[in-house]
Design a protein around this ligand. Structure first.
Ligand code: ADP
Ligand code: MG
Length: 545
């Protein structure tokens, strides 16, 4: 085939295909236009997952008859006029591609009125061409209705999922915008049923209450901080609120909903050691950066962004989240009772990370487990895991306050390291010092240990230091090394399984556990306890009724 320039009908279809992948892409473009138009109320309505019918109505600035005709043309935008503007984008849209792209793959009705017009302009478009022009009545604002998406694109239609799934994508999209713009009233109606309505009172907590429920909204911690030219604000769940998927993480960069793997990683790092393995927090974070620090022009749907300085953003987000989590109040004893009363047999699979009910020690099993009772049944507590949790939090808080408790050696201990341990020592020496170690170089691969953290108990100090270095060496991610060090220190200092405890020691351990922020999980994310509920006991013994 000879080389040839593609005719515009073909190029416009290719371009449309990049922006409009599925019904939720249409919803995204239309909602962003409504937000750019300064709307305070946005209603999204769909039928058949948005394929049959999708409508976005707003009370934004609207368009005049002349503007409406221009808006539907390719590369027509009111948001960008010269190349330089592309470096400082502050609106959600800027490519001038959405409306013409949607009109290429669906039938579109535009109804819009601006302040200066007495009547609204109505345009009906088929295959990108205006087939009807009318004047209609409508308050100031815009309604865009999209019918029969991809009707002439069977290959695209085939790729779509069920109506319910597509509607689900749109619902979560609307939810994300509702969280990013709490000052805007959002309503989402699917097949005639309102499934989301936010108050638009400007409070992110009220938006969360509508999206994730009142209970979660009440527990969320405030996050706010500025670091490295970035300002981050929002809400983050305390360790007691845990979810099975990452889909409760929402990031907005300069108010644009984005997916970004390093932001997700930053959250994971900030919560390291606080959640059970495979569990995720709820986080809604608005990040504000100078526009030139973010490139939103890397992806056709603008869903992904690139930061000029990815590392700095990562560090700043970890820092602000950690600060919020450190300030997290110790949960009141008994606050986790609703969870505990759920009456499941093996409670640690049911996501109960809340505070503990008051526990009374009954005894010790196999010199490894503490048996305790509460109003709601029996608790079997792994003494090592529980003690690890207590020490882990103590170690981290002492370090945060820069006051590690230390024990000095009467005689310095000579430490001989392997070459790889020495590498770790050179990189992490400062970190070890922050935790209370004083270790001085003493010739080739030899060191003198002059002081260690007070939590470390007497025997095998040198072995412990070497093992800590080995463990730190396996952590590739430098930002997680402090958590790793605290985990390792807690693990080496905690009471072991197989060690007999007297009643006072057990009582003391449980008391301290009650005061931790995540009493039900060890720092490695394993459970510290299992719960056999009173209901379950009754059931097992046939005492139903
Ligand atoms: P972009 O958003 O990239 O500018 P679009 O094709 O999405 O491009 O929209 C083209 C233009 O139409 C916008 O720049 C804006 O001026 C106008 N427009 C689109 N939707 C609305 C709306 N809901 N309210 C007011 N103006 C709108
Ligand atoms: Mg747009």
């Amino acid at each position: 085939m000879p080389i040839q320039v593609l005719p515009p009908e073909v190029t416009s279809k290719i371009a449309a295909g990049e922006v409009i992948e599925r019904p939720s892409s249409v919803a995204k473009e239309l909602i962003e236009n409504s937000l750019d138009a300064g709307s305070r109320e946005i209603t999204v309505e769909v039928h058949e997952g948005g394929v049959g019918f999708l409508r976005v109505a707003d009370n934004g600035c609207g368009l005049s008859a002349v503007e409406a005709e221009i808006a539907i043309r390719r590369h027509a935008t009111s948001k960008l006029s010269k190349l330089d503007d592309l470096e400082h984008i502050s609106t959600l849209g800027f490519r001038g591609e959405a409306l013409p792209s949607i009109a290429t793959v669906a039938e579109v009705e535009v109804l819009t009125r601006d302040e200066g017009s007495s009547a609204a302009t109505y345009l009906h478009l088929e295959e990108g061409k205006v087939t009807s022009r009318q004047k209609k009545s409508r308050p100031i604002g815009t309604t865009i209705t999209v019918h029969h998406l991809f009707r002439n694109f069977p290959a695209r239609l085939k790729f779509l999922k069920s109506s319910a799934t597509e509607a689900g994508h749109i619902a979560s999209l609307v939810s994300q915008y509702a969280l990013a713009f709490p000052e805007v009233k959002f309503e989402f109606i699917a097949d005639g049923r309102t499934s989301l309505r936010t108050p638009g009172d400007g409070d992110i907590r009220s938006a969360i209450a509508e999206v994730y429920g009142l209970d979660t909204a009440k527990k969320m911690l405030e996050v706010e901080g500025a670091a490295e030219m970035l300002y981050a604000a929002g809400l983050a769940s305390p360790p007691s609120v845990q979810r099975a998927t990452r889909s409760y993480l929402s990031f907005f960069v300069n108010r644009r909903y984005v997916r970004n793997s390093s932001l997700a990683k930053a959250v994971e790092t900030a919560y390291e050691g606080l959640l059970m393995t495979g569990r995720h927090p709820v986080v809604v974070l608005n990040i504000t950066l100078p526009p030139e620090e973010v490139d939103v022009n890397v992806h056709p749907t603008k869903l992904e962004v690139k930061f000029r300085n990815n590392q700095a953003v990562f560090r700043a987000v970890v820092k602000t989240l950690r600060e919020a989590l450190e300030k997290s109040p110790v949960p009141a004893v008994g606050a986790g009772r609703e969870d505990a009363l759920a009456g499941r047999f093996w409670e640690q699979y049911t996501g109960t990370a809340g505070a503990l009910p008051p526990l009374r020690t009954v005894g010790q099993l196999s010199s490894s487990y503490i048996l305790a009772e509460a109003e709601d049944g029996l608790y079997l507590i792994d003494q090592h895991a529980a003690h690890e949790r207590i020490l882990f939090e103590k170690i981290l808080s002492q370090r945060a306050e820069k006051k590690p408790e230390i024990q000095g050696m009467l005689e310095p201990l000579a430490l001989e390291l392997t070459p790889s341990q020495e590498q770790v020592m050179q990189h992490c020496g400062g970190l070890l010092e922050e935790f209370g170690f004083t270790i001085e170089p003493f010739g080739q691969r030899s060191y003198l240990v002059r002081a260690v953290p007070a939590v470390l108990n007497g025997s095998n100090l040198l072995e412990t230091v070497k093992e800590m270095l080995d463990e730190l060496g396996t952590e590739q991610d430098a930002s997680k090394r402090d958590i790793k060090a605290a985990q390792s220190l807690a693990c080496h200092s905690a009471v072991l399984a197989g060690q007999a405890l007297d009643p006072d020691e057990m009582k003391n351990l449980i008391k301290q556990l009650e005061h931790t922020s995540s009493p039900r999980t060890c720092p490695h994310g394993r459970p510290t306890m299992i719960h056999l509920s009173s209901q379950q006991l009754k059931k097992e013994f046939g005492r139903t009724g």
